[in-house]
Design a protein around this ligand. Structure first.
Ligand code: NAI
Length: 391
């Protein structure tokens, strides 16, 4: 067996062994076969946990055509999935143009159901403008939900269940898992100390709350920049320093964006940063830090390590950028992403939502919508049981 396939197989075996909720779903799907005769088109990070999700859908009869999100594809996972007979496009080094071709490849395979992350597939369907045979789909993340309800509103002719609207995902993944994995990634990529270091977290939504919480738990000094007055109020009562980014620019040593919005750190902030300030992002799109503006104002750029770049300026200062402004918790060497348990929960939400689309899409209205509450409650019960927690 080829080395890449066997490396993928072994890594996925460990992950699969710690995802009991999906194991239970695989057994149920093997009996009920909700996806029999259906082709599921997917665009989601191609990493080991996603492979276990795809196996779960395949056990329910689905044919899989998949690609990753730009920049996070793991080649051994792709090799393993291809070896299992799935059609998978993409590789770690894909350019943004290649990524667009991969998305087109998934849509050209005429899927019946979409599993989307960031609304790339949904936007592709609208851009194609053809009569769609898609019966419905799911959207994984905040930023995709924003696109579906913004630029794509009214143009999607089938139901899309937005997994991110689930309070379970918000608590289990965006808050607690992103919080843990961002701190793990900062330590893994930089090898720097957290205790006593000054961090500025941009955005006090679900992800920002978790990042701030886990940085502080390890002894970091944390400040929050938040544009929404209610969230800023919550951050202040949670005990964080709350201020504008301009006021925090000279204080922070590390800046982590978690907003889902563009240009949170841009040319008006860069001159205010202290020497050696570190910038990183955990939002879905790499637009929260204005990397093009940072590059054009720098007199030199040095790649110091896999996910560490130094931007040098004519006045002698430098700024460090992690992961080129992409999601830091899927970057660097051996990225792990969010914890296994949180993704077991998140991917059970995916699996049961896709099952609902496969069996009842005709009963749902077109466009983006939250997942039905009975799915949330069923999964909360299963998760509590898996954790041995009583209620
Ligand atoms: P959210 O909507 O709960 O929170 C975003 C917060 O950012 C809001 O409170 C908003 O007021 C604030 N904000 C917007 N513009 C701002 C600005 N210029 N300065 C300061 N604050 C600003 O969203 P959530 O769930 O926290 O997601 C944030 C991002 O993280 C999204 O892009 C989402 O797709 C992504 N995400 C990343 C994951 C990962 O593993 N890295 C996992 C889950 C979500």
């Amino acid at each position: 067996m080829n080395d890449l396939v066997s490396r993928g197989r072994n890594r996925i075996e460990w992950i699969r062994s710690r995802m009991p909720l999906l194991a239970q779903a695989r057994r149920a799907f093997a009996d009920s076969r909700p996806f029999e005769g259906r082709r599921i088109g997917m665009s989601l990070h191609l990493e080991p946990k996603t492979a276990v999700l795809l196996e779960t859908l395949a056990s329910g009869g689905a044919e899989i055509v998949a690609t990753g999100n730009h920049g996070s594809t793991q080649d051994d996972v792709v090799a393993f999935l291809r070896d299992r007979g799935m059609t998978v496009f993409g590789s770690r080094d894909d350019t943004i143009d290649q990524h667009a071709e991969n998305i087109a490849g998934v849509l050209d395979a005429r899927p019946d159901i979409l599993l989307d992350n960031g609304a790339d597939l949904a936007a592709g369907v609208v851009a194609k403008g053809e009569q769609s045979t898609i019966i419905g789909g799911t959207e994984e993340t905040t930023s995709g939900g924003v696109r579906l309800r913004g630029e794509l509103t009214g143009s999607i002719p089938f139901p899309i269940l937005v997994i991110n609207d689930s309070i379970l995902k918000a608590i289990g993944e965006n808050r607690h898992a992103v919080g843990q994995s961002v701190v793990e990634s900062f330590m893994r990529i930089t090898n720097l100390m957290v205790p006593g270091r000054r961090f500025v977290v941009a955005g006090y939504g679900w992800c920002g709350r978790g990042v701030a919480q886990y940085l502080r738990a390890l002894g970091g000094k944390v400040a929050v920049a938040e544009v929404d007055e209610l969230k800023a109020f919550e951050a202040a009562l949670d005990g964080y320093r709350v201020d504008t980014m301009a006021n925090l620019a000279g204080w922070g040593e590390v800046f982590i964006t978690a907003t889902g919005h563009p240009d949170v750190l841009g040319p008006e902030i860069f001159p205010l940063l202290r020497q050696g300030a570190i910038l990183a992002n955990c939002g879905h799109f790499p637009w929260e830090i204005d990397v093009p503006a940072l590059s054009s104002s720098a007199s030199g750029i040095t790649v110091l390590d896999d996910a560490i770049e130094r931007f040098e300026f004519a006045d002698g200062r430098h700024i460090i950028l992690l992961a080129h402004g992409r999601m830091m918790n899927l970057a660097g060497r051996e990225p792990k992403g969010n914890s296994l348990e949180s993704m077991d929960l998140g991917f059970l939400l995916q699996s049961l939502s896709l099952e609902r689309i496969a069996t009842s899409a005709h009963e749902l209205p077109a466009g983006a919508q939250p997942i039905p509450d009975d799915i949330n409650r069923e999964i909360a019960r299963r998760m509590l049981a898996a954790m041995g927690a009583e209620r």
